[in-house]
Design a protein around this ligand. Structure first.
Ligand SMILES: [Mg+2]
Length: 451
């Protein structure tokens, strides 16, 4: 491969939305009607290889992320992929610290979602160029190369490059045996499918039984809108899944700190492993207080799916404010920054249990967690990947979950390529499915709305 062949000649971005609000799929205490969506990036090299990456959104506002990606594209187009991958941390900083655009963040909000989509597309491209699935590409990189992908600015008080290299060198021991085990058994998953806020009792019972029959032993339920209702739903779930299986709850940021503590005391009888996002995702000390109060009840605090960046993660980890670190593959600045969170969590002894669901999050995050098992933490103990059975049919290489375990992805890249039908059907607002739904009156047509 010549470097001329590997020049990135174009960056295209699409606003892709799925009408999930019609079935209350994905509904929780804060997001009552999400239409699972994404900003989808396609990078193309001169030789024709493409990298596909995305960031997840809940519908309205995706066009803003698309605009941010367009603003960043001139920093990517014209670059040579091989040069980017040689010193990926330097390139990552060139996106996040662009001298004018950084004012819109820095390293948070829409700009960082846009960064994640582009960075994820680059990792997909790297995997495809080397013909390796991402987890394997990461596992095969030597510790120095992994560390060169990370921007250590703002985190070197907790972990230095040298320490990270040493940790990753330790992670090499027994790697081949772990790859073998992973290939055979896959990686354990838990399901959130049973507990969306908008589901009826009948649907909950039916889904609990379905996922039990599929071999699941860990379940998560949305809470936080109405205490009586939460108690009723948790009773229903425990009745079906029994008391030996794990049960977690998720409030999606709906409570104040004191309210979270009081509410959770009322739910403690249901033997809950964690409360996820009890309050504002930015409130580190609030989470620490909740964690301290709930510890005697055996309930841990889980958060991270909306944590802005490695600096926030650093503080959550330092403050004992999260017992379960929920990295999100479509957030913070993509794979590079997520690697730094894995390393800090490892050093500070916090388990990573990734957030997934949405659009493509399961597809992506399986690679990261598998790399963690193979080359970093070396264990799957008390760790699980979230699994939501939605939107997989739109991907060329969807996740495969069998016996409640993610099977190892074998195809090259980051599993983020849409099928050829997906974009013509679901691009918003001109895709054929959207046009049909507008004509049926299921959604307002934004073009007519404006006129
Ligand atoms: Mg959640």
């Amino acid at each position: 491969m010549t470097s001329e062949n590997l020049k990135i000649i174009s960056l295209d971005v699409k606003d892709v939305r799925f009408p999930t609000s019609l079935g209350a799929h994905g509904s929780d205490a804060m997001h009552k009607d999400p239409d699972y969506s994404c900003a989808y990036v396609v990078l193309k090299t001169a030789k024709g290889t493409e990298g596909h990456g995305l960031t997840f959104t809940c519908g309205r506002g995706t066009e803003i992320v698309v605009a941010a990606i367009k603003s960043l594209s001139e920093l990517v187009v014209g670059q040579t992929a091989i040069d980017i991958f040689k010193d990926f941390g330097v390139f990552w900083r060139s996106l996040t610290s662009e001298t004018q655009l950084r004012w819109l963040g820095p390293e948070k909000g829409v700009m960082h979602l846009a960064t994640a989509a582009i960075i994820n597309a680059l990792w997909d491209l790297w995997g495809k160029l080397l013909n390796k699935p991402l987890w394997r590409l990461l596992a095969d990189l030597d510790p120095e190369h992994i560390v060169s992908c990370i921007d250590f600015r703002y985190i070197s008080d907790v972990i230095t490059k040298e320490e990270a290299i040493e940790i990753l060198k330790q992670g090499q021991k027994g790697k081949e045996e772990r790859i073998e085990k992973l290939m055979k058994e896959g990686y354990p998953a838990y399901t959130t499918q049973v507990g969306w806020m908008g589901y009826s009792q009948e649907v909950i019972i039916e889904l609990c039984q379905k996922y039990l029959d599929m071999g699941f032993t860990a379940f998560k339920v949305k809470v936080g809108q109405n205490l009586k209702d939460d108690i009723k739903r948790l009773k229903t779930v425990r009745n079906v899944i029994g008391w030996d299986n794990k049960l977690m709850v998720d409030a999606n940021q709906v409570w104040d700190v004191k309210q979270a503590i009081e509410w959770m005391k009322q739910l403690a009888e249901f033997k809950l492993l964690w409360i996820e996002e009890p309050t504002s995702p930015d409130d580190i000390l609030g989470h620490a207080k909740i964690a301290k109060e709930l510890k005697p009840l055996g309930i841990g605090v889980a958060t991270g799916e909306m944590c802005c960046n490695r600096v926030m993660f650093k503080q959550f980890l330092q403050a004992d404010a999260m017992q379960y670190c929920q990295i999100d593959s479509a957030r913070i600045g993509g794979v590079n920054e997520i690697l730094s969170v894995y390393l800090m969590a490892h050093k500070l002894g916090v388990k990573v249990c990734p957030h997934a669901g949405g659009v493509g999050l399961c597809e992506m995050v399986q690679h990261l967690q598998m790399w963690d098992y193979v080359a970093l933490s070396g264990t799957m103990e008390d760790r699980v990947i979230e699994y939501v059975d939605q939107q997989h049919e739109h991907f060329v290489n969807p996740v495969v979950v069998e016996n409640a375990c993610y099977k190892v992805p074998k195809r090259a890249g980051y599993s983020t390529t849409f099928t050829p039908e997906t974009i013509p059907k679901y691009e918003y607002p001109n895709g054929t499915e959207w046009q049909l739904m507008f004509s049926q009156g299921l959604f307002p047509d934004p073009c007519k709305h404006q006129s």
